[in-house]
Unconditional design. Structure first.
Length: 79
């Protein structure tokens, strides 16, 4: 995969549900509309929770992947 340019980053490694999504909710507001936030997490529940978060709040999940015990998400902020 080519590297995705991003405007902000959230390191949620070591945190457990619901903390990653709560931090995401706050951090996404610091990214400009249309900007991309990179999220790195270790909680498997983020593979379910982050796509739902994006769908519910009309953000775009640009890319997600699993690498070992880490989960990587790139989220484009909606309006």
């Amino acid at each position: 995969m080519d590297e995705i340019a991003f405007d902000g980053e959230l390191d949620a490694r070591g945190l457990h549900c619901p903390e990653p999504v709560m931090l995401l909710h706050n951090r996404i507001t610091e990214v400009p509309v249309g900007g991309i936030l990179k999220v790195v997490a270790t909680d498997p529940s983020t593979t379910r929770d982050i796509p739902r978060f994006c769908q519910f709040l009309e953000h775009q999940l640009v890319h997600s992947e699993e690498s070992g015990e880490e989960f990587l998400f790139f989220i484009r902020r909606g309006s």
